[in-house]
Design a protein around this ligand. Structure first.
Ligand SMILES: Cc1ncc(COP(=O)(O)O)c(C=O)c1O
Length: 378
């Protein structure tokens, strides 16, 4: 196979469905269908009149219009509905990139954001976040990297796994750098609606024409099982993307689109509910880390529901994460899934239920103490 194993997804395949306490995922608390109906105010009987006809390549009219009203001022032309944002990422990379193209990508990053390009023979240039400075961005470094005229600059803020974000001024600068170098700017907005202490950043589309953004119901809405995402891009690019899509899944099921439309039309209420829950959980994580300064280093996230915690001096984070899953049924993601430079880190997700977070943190503390030699394992 010419594509690297997606380490994070492989870890999830091993453990995600075998744990009781998920403190590793990047999504908020999953909603039940009853909760979704309650927040959005609809009845299942509304589905009875649905004829299970094909939907459309760019998305059914109802969902596309709902997304357009939320994201593009009502203009449906730049909107494509996809199976999660994963499908959008895959199609964009395959449509725009040729072997030898240079792609600059924020580092660390969700692997699909660079390894699809890697598998296409592109040159991947990393733009590292400054781990020693709260995972802040170095815009001067980006400007220098972009001087070679890359084909694409790929970013994701708020960022998975660190939860770091950028300011509006930095976003303006990022757009200016992309524009000066003529690169496509790929803005993965998976966590864009979930921020702490600042307003969500606006999408960059109205400041530069070569912008592609991704959105999803998987992260800030608690609807990961819906597998609905979207891509916003110039209509001519979406036309090209549809050519590849004809060989993949053609379109998203109208059944999913029915629920997704309800969710998008009620997005503010769903996100507000999830935000209240995530903010409370974040405080728990902060208090927990503050109690363990010798074992845990936490950079509080600006958005999303993950943080990249460091375990300074820890001998083997992967082994501890395996033991957490296999012995205590707790999911934590080793930093190594984001690259070898991050072996002393783990992604800690705080979007789940407060009960599983509390239990998961307690087991994590126990394992950290055992593995750092302050407690004997029996
Ligand atoms: C930054 C980022 N983008 C995209 C995705 C893909 O999510 P989905 O396909 O569920 O929309 C993920 C999933 O973890 C992610 O972290």
């Amino acid at each position: 196979m010419g594509i690297a194993i997606a380490k994070l997804e492989a870890w999830m395949r091993d453990y995600y469905h075998k744990v009781d306490h998920d403190i590793g995922s990047s999504g908020v608390r999953d909603l039940s269908m009853a909760e979704l109906r309650g927040v959005c105010g609809f009845e299942m009987s509304e589905l009875d009149s649905m004829v299970l006809h094909d939907s459309e390549a760019f998305g059914g009219p109802g969902l596309r219009a709902a997304l357009a009203d939320r994201w593009t001022g009502g203009d449906v032309d730049p909107v494509m509905v996809t199976h999660g944002s994963s499908e959008a990422i895959y199609i964009v990379m395959h449509t725009l990139l040729e072997p030898g193209d240079e792609v600059i990508v924020v580092d660390p990053a969700y692997q699909q954001l660079y390894d699809i390009a890697g598998s296409r023979g592109c040159r991947i240039t990393r733009w590292p976040l400054r781990a020693d400075q709260g995972f802040s961005v170095d815009m001067d470094a980006l400007r220098k990297l972009a001087a070679n005229g890359p084909r694409m600059i790929v970013v994701n803020f708020p960022h998975n796994p660190t939860g770091a974000s950028i300011t509006r001024a930095e976003q303006d600068e990022l757009i200016a750098i992309a524009a000066e170098s003529g690169a496509w700017l790929v803005w993965d907005n998976a966590f864009g609606e979930m921020t702490y202490g600042t307003d969500p950043l606006p999408l960059p589309h109205d400041r530069y024409d070569k912008v592609i953004s991704f959105g999803t119901l998987s992260k800030s809405y608690g609807l990961a099982g819906m597998r609905v995402g979207w891509c916003l891009a110039p209509p001519e690019l979406l036309d090209e993307m549809a050519v590849l899509r004809d060989y993949i899944a053609l379109y998203v099921s109208p059944v999913l689109e029915f629920f997704a439309e309800k969710a998008v039309r009620n997005a503010d209420r769903i996100v507000a509910l999830q935000h209240r829950h995530a903010s409370g959980n974040l405080q728990l994580v902060r208090d927990w880390a503050a109690r363990l300064p010798d074992l845990v280093r936490l950079t509080p996230p600006a958005g999303g529901v993950t943080t990249f915690v460091e375990f300074p001096g820890h001998p083997d984070v992967v082994r501890s994460c395996r033991r957490l899953a296999e012995r205590h049924r707790v999911l934590l993601v080793p930093g190594e899934c984001f690259g070898d430079d991050y072996r002393s880190y783990a992604r800690l997700g705080f979007g789940g239920t407060t009960a599983e977070l509390t239990a998961g943190l307690s087991y994590l503390e126990q394992v950290l103490r055992e593995d750092s030699g302050t407690v004997t394992v029996r």
